[in-house]
Design a protein around this ligand. Structure first.
Ligand SMILES: NC(=O)c1ccc[n+]([C@@H]2O[C@H](COP(=O)([O-])OP(=O)(O)OC[C@H]3O[C@@H](n4cnc5c(N)ncnc54)[C@H](O)[C@@H]3O)[C@@H](O)[C@H]2O)c1
Length: 372
């Protein structure tokens, strides 16, 4: 699976009857016209920040083959930010598909980060009761996480991701060259999710991150390709094992996320998701060590790796965070069924652990700079 000068690598997601590939590497996007051969036309959904540097090039590829491969006028923009992940946006997209005459065999091409992927993916899931979607992730987070696995959906005022559908893409094309224009903070936040896969047990990924952190941080395309390919392969394995998150395997991908979701909900100081995950990973490592599930040195090594990747490992000193509010939010997490549930490493590997002892929670909160 190691990428070489021959071009991108394709990682299979082996869901019976709905197999697809995650193609990773320089030039992956150029596979799009070939991928759609024999299917309908392409309808693009993207964002302004991505349109000019990247989508215009993709449209060029199609135009060289003649316009019949594109839905005429078929580029739709989604606004920036979580507020755009709404039913209103999905309605607007579906109405636009209808106005432009998008048919059942046409294909939605979602070119963007998780906001575009989740929204366009959900629109594709429901338009005409489901049309094909290709995910072309343009953030590191989307490449390693949101574009793979078929979770699509939008937020309600009552909560995040409350409305959605499982709708697997027909392909994912992850081209690291598009990351060149990604704002630094967004790239770094994606590294939080990357580190998660390393800590979930991908030792080879851990070694790459430890020994080549400078190349990763510098977004060297060859190194990023290897990193993304390892994360994609990990996620693909989990999705095949537990597509609908009913067996617990997919839930382990939430390592670091219990505290991260609470930090994001508590708001106050605008952490990006991946930044919150990095702090959540520190919390989970220290909690596991305090419960004697792992050696303290393992927690030290994980925290050192996060720091080497340039990630914050503690909340800012002036963050207005209240520990009892965070605990209440963690109990209310939609995946916790009222208990305080963490994904923690241990002698049997990574597993779900309920209601850790207070003394261990104290140590974990202190490690991320949240005091009682
Ligand atoms: N479906 C899933 O399984 C899943 C998993 C994890 C996260 N998510 C969702 O993903 C969303 C976050 O996604 P995200 O972190 O990719 O953020 P995002 O989609 O908001 O993108 C971040 C910012 O970068 C800009 N951008 C994207 N690609 C760019 C590029 N190549 N060059 C320049 N600018 C670019 C975007 O316009 C945006 O301003 C959240 O809503 C989260 O819930 C979904």
């Amino acid at each position: 699976m190691s990428p070489d000068s021959a071009g991108p690598v394709t990682i299979p997601v082996g869901l019976p009857g709905r197999e697809y590939g995650v193609t990773v590497g320089v030039g992956a996007i150029e596979r799009l016209p070939d991928l759609l051969r024999g299917r309908g036309r392409a309808m693009f959904v993207t964002q302004t920040a991505i349109m000019l540097p990247h989508v215009a090039n993709v449209i060029d590829l199609f135009e060289r083959r003649g316009n019949e491969h594109l839905v005429v006028g078929g580029v739709e923009h989604v606004d920036d930010g979580e507020a755009a992940k709404s039913l209103g946006t999905v309605e607007r997209l579906c109405r636009r598909f209808a106005q432009l005459g998008v048919r059942r065999n046409d294909v939605v091409v979602a070119i963007g980060g998780g906001i575009v992927g989740d929204t366009a993916g959900f629109a594709a899931a429901v338009y005409h009761r489901g049309i094909a979607v290709v995910q072309v992730p343009t953030t590191l987070l989307a490449m390693v996480d949101s574009a793979i696995g078929g979770k699509t959906g939008v937020n309600l005022p009552e909560g995040k991701n409350l409305v959605g559908a499982f709708h697997q893409p027909i392909a994912v094309l992850a081209d690291p060259t598009v990351l060149g224009t990604l704002p630094a903070r967004e790239f770094d936040a994606g590294l939080g999710e990357v580190a998660k896969y390393a800590f979930l047990g991908d030792d080879e990924l851990c070694t790459i991150l430890e020994t080549e952190s400078a190349a990763v941080v510098a977004r060297d395309p060859e190194t990023v390709t290897r990193v993304v390919a390892r994360c994609a392969a990990f996620k693909a394995r989990v999705v095949v094992e537990d597509e609908h998150e009913t067996r617990g395997t997919r839930a382990t991908l939430n390592l670091g996320h219990t505290l991260a979701h609470a930090l994001e909900t508590a708001g106050g100081y605008g952490l990006l998701h991946g930044e919150a995950v990095a702090i959540g990973l520190v919390f989970a490592a220290r909690l596991a060590a305090a419960m004697e599930r792992i050696h303290p040195e393992q927690a030290d090594a994980q925290i050192a790796l996060l720091a080497a990747l340039g990630l914050q490992t503690r909340v800012p000193a002036d963050a207005p965070l209240d520990r009892s509010e965070l605990l209440a939010l963690m109990r209310r997490d939609k995946k916790s069924s009222g208990r305080l549930t963490f994904v923690l490493d241990g002698p049997e590997g990574v597993e779900l652990v309920d209601d850790p002892p207070t003394v261990a929670l104290d140590a974990a909160f202190a490690a991320v700079g949240i005091r009682a």
